[in-house]
Write a protein that binds this ligand. Structure first.
Ligand SMILES: *Cc1c(COP(=O)(O)O)cnc(C)c1O
Length: 381
């Protein structure tokens, strides 16, 4: 089955009792047993729910995995994945990381005796030098947020296999439409389904997908034991969102390309970060492991004044100033004062998060309107 067919059909069968085409929202906490233990595969909705199961099967198919597990948020999925580890274990993680991931690693799991090393992963050899006898996991996010760095998944997969580690890729920014990390050597793919997968900014949910039975069994045990599961209504909404993932992503990529080039040629814009540019330091890796370059773009303003960035993000109409990304509507954000405000200025500037940096999540509106919107906002400078 090809990708666009999977989004619509994988894991989904007409309801056996009524013939309903769409997966029903099984709003139930429990299931009848004819005699103890005699049931139809469902006992209690923390353990399993048919609407959630349909979504989990669909996600497994999209990532070319065999097991999908859904959680109440992306962070709920991350929490479950790190619980595969024990005190004393070490993780090598991307340094240019989603802020909430950094927070759960350093403010929660370090107290439970797990150690995290944050390293730039653009050069895979550098990653290997951090591996010691306690290392159990590599955690990568690519493209990274907000600098759109690209990490070579296949190289890290090779290193991870050689040292018998669990290799996790946060695939939130790319989605399986653009890249499928399990095919490139990852052991677990993690998602914030809140973003492109749900796609309509109306649900918070997360997922972990893998193709190894024993790893899946351990994750199922954690999912059921810790209980951070999503409800059936939200599962239904994400299933519904995924049906158009391929169409939405195609338009996000088309619009992203036009906007990246518009910004590059704009006299008031300084650097533009987008993996589709040949001048991007990891463009070759992006071309190899991604099918297109996505709709996330960051840029800074000539002169690098914080007020200038604030002027631009306060004057756009279609690019709404808000946290999050990946919805049908365009959003913009100012990392230095929003998502990355907690990181000291010198620290964030080292990774490129300067005062005037603006991050765009390019939506699927008509491109002429989006360009006009950015053009008039930049004209205010
Ligand atoms: C949003 C996000 C998360 C966290 O997911 P939630 O659904 O907000 O809990 C993790 N990783 C990335 C890359 C994200 O963008």
């Amino acid at each position: 089955m090809k990708f666009g067919t999977k989004t619509i059909h994988a894991g989904q069968e007409a309801d056996p009792t009524t013939g309903a085409i769409m997966t029903p929202i099984y709003q139930t906490s429990t299931y009848i047993q004819a005699s103890p233990g005699d049931h139809k595969g469902y006992e209690y909705s923390r353990t399993g729910n048919p609407t959630r199961s349909a979504l989990e099967k669909n996600l497994a198919a999209l990532e070319n995995g065999t097991h999908g597990l859904c959680f109440g948020s992306g962070l709920g999925a991350i929490d479950a994945i790190i619980k595969l580890l024990s005190p004393g274990d070490e993780v090598i993680s991307t340094n240019d990381l989603y802020g909430g991931t950094y927070r759960i690693f350093t403010k929660i799991f370090e107290f439970y005796g797990i150690k995290f090393h944050f390293v730039g992963m653009e050069n895979a050899d550098k990653v290997e030098s951090y591996i010691n006898e306690n290392t159990k996991m590599i955690w990568a996010e690519t493209p990274t947020n907000p600098m759109l760095n690209i990490i070579d998944i296949e190289s890290l997969g090779t290193i991870s296999k050689k040292h018998d580690l669990i290799f996790v890729v946060d695939n939130t920014f790319a989605t399986p439409y653009l890249q499928r990390p399990l095919d490139l050597g990852a052991d677990i793919v993690m998602h914030s389904l809140t973003k492109y997968m749900g796609g309509h900014s109306d649900v918070v949910m997360g997922a972990a997908i893998c193709k190894d039975d024993s790893l899946a069994e351990r994750l199922y045990f954690i999912q059921n034991s810790c209980g951070a599961v999503p409800g059936p209504m939200d599962s239904f909404l994400v299933l519904r969102g995924i049906k158009t993932l391929h169409l939405r992503m195609q338009r996000h990529c088309e619009n992203g390309k036009v906007i990246a080039n518009f910004l590059k040629d704009h006299p008031k814009v300084g650097d533009v970060y987008w993996p589709g540019f040949e001048s991007h330091p990891n463009h070759d890796v992006a071309k190899r492991q991604m099918d297109d370059f996505g709709g996330m773009i960051s840029f800074n303003i000539v002169g690098n004044k914080l007020e200038d960035a604030v002027t631009v993000v306060s004057n756009t109409h279609y690019f709404t100033l808000a946290e999050s990304l990946g919805g049908v509507e365009s959003l913009c954000g100012h990392p230095a004062s929003m998502t990355h405000a907690a990181i000291p200025k010198e620290e964030r500037e080292k990774t490129g998060v300067v005062d005037s940096l603006i991050r765009l999540s390019v939506g699927i509106e008509d491109i002429e309107d989006l360009i006009a919107d950015l053009d008039q906002a930049l004209a205010k400078l």
